[in-house]
Design a protein around this ligand. Structure first.
Ligand SMILES: NC(=O)c1ccc[n+]([C@@H]2O[C@H](COP(=O)([O-])OP(=O)(O)OC[C@H]3O[C@@H](n4cnc5c(N)ncnc54)[C@H](OP(=O)(O)O)[C@@H]3O)[C@@H](O)[C@H]2O)c1
Length: 257
């Protein structure tokens, strides 16, 4: 008998896991989302029932996976009737596992350390899932769950996970925002962002061989004062970017601990 999963959310992470578990032979029982049309769209891809309510979700499944915005998680959990018949999981880097404690004694966290955007397939299909659980038995079930979708797992308690999530925000979200600024600087000169793609890809590829500190290049690490002053002047019409430029350059020049 295949394992059964109900999923709350229909966004980036919910879409990834719904398709991944379906491909691994799990039954996706239902997709629940605030906007019914969003639930229906994902549900149709994994032959599941769609719903925009949680109070009548039932309990005929092995896992209930919440992949919703962090701010909505508490309210979503509150709507589901208490039950020990299935394991409650969320996918957040920032939220404690104890968010489930008033509802059940079967719970955990299944946090994928990857960036997902539902319109794009992953180019890196192997990444760790950080797991945390309410018991040894659930821990073993989650290890098996990760293995069933061919993902390595790593144990991280809520404090470790929060810090790993913070590191991920710097490494992924802030880097991406800097790409956005770079894209606007080029657009103002009628140049395409694609010009930078080989540079960006090499910047990341180098990290397979060097620490970020050893891989740093550019005017700040060389302390090329004239270039630093010229680039700052080019940012005159973007004072916030100029602030960022100065802050980041100073951080790069600080002696490493
Ligand atoms: N994206 C990533 O790269 C990534 C990576 C690792 C972990 N995570 C974590 O995974 C979780 C989901 O992130 P995401 O990027 O998938 O978010 P997302 O794409 O913005 O999707 C959020 C989902 O939450 C649903 N939602 C919001 N309020 C709801 C409510 N009251 N009831 C039911 N559903 C509700 C939305 O439903 P509607 O569309 O119907 O409004 C939407 O489907 C977050 O905890 C995030 O930290 C994300």
């Amino acid at each position: 008998m295949s394992l059964k999963i109900a999923i709350v959310g229909s966004g980036n992470v919910a879409s990834f896991f719904a398709k991944k578990f379906a491909a691994a032979g799990f039954t996706i029982v239902s997709i629940h989302s605030k906007n019914l049309a969003h639930a229906e769209s994902l549900a149709s891809e994994v032959q599941a029932i769609a719903s925009n309510t949680l109070s009548t979700i039932g309990s005929d499944f092995d896992y209930l996976l919440f992949a919703v915005s962090d701010d909505a998680l508490k309210a979503c959990v509150a709507e589901v009737p208490a039950s020990n018949n299935f394991c409650w999981l969320h996918t957040s880097g920032a939220m404690s596992k104890e968010i489930f404690a008033e509802k059940t004694n079967q719970y955990g966290v299944f946090y994928p350390l990857q960036t997902f955007t539902k319109s794009v397939s992953l180019s890196q299909s192997v990444f760790p899932v950080l797991i945390e659980s309410s018991s040894e038995e659930i821990q073993q079930a989650l290890e098996k769950l990760a293995a069933q979708i061919q993902l390595p797992f790593q144990y991280a308690d809520s404090d470790q996970r929060k810090n790993i999530h913070l590191a991920a925000v710097f490494a992924c979200n802030f880097s991406n925002h800097l790409f956005q600024i770079a894209s606007q600087i080029l657009a103002e000169q009628n140049l395409p962002f694609e010009l930078l793609l080989p540079l960006i890809q090499e910047t990341v590829a180098k990290l397979n061989h060097l620490s970020p500190s050893a891989a740093q290049t550019g005017p700040a690490i060389r302390n090329d004062q004239a270039v630093l002053a010229t680039q700052l002047a080019l940012l005159q019409s973007h004072p916030k970017w100029a602030e960022l430029y100065q802050l980041l350059s100073a951080e790069i020049q600080k002696p490493k601990q």
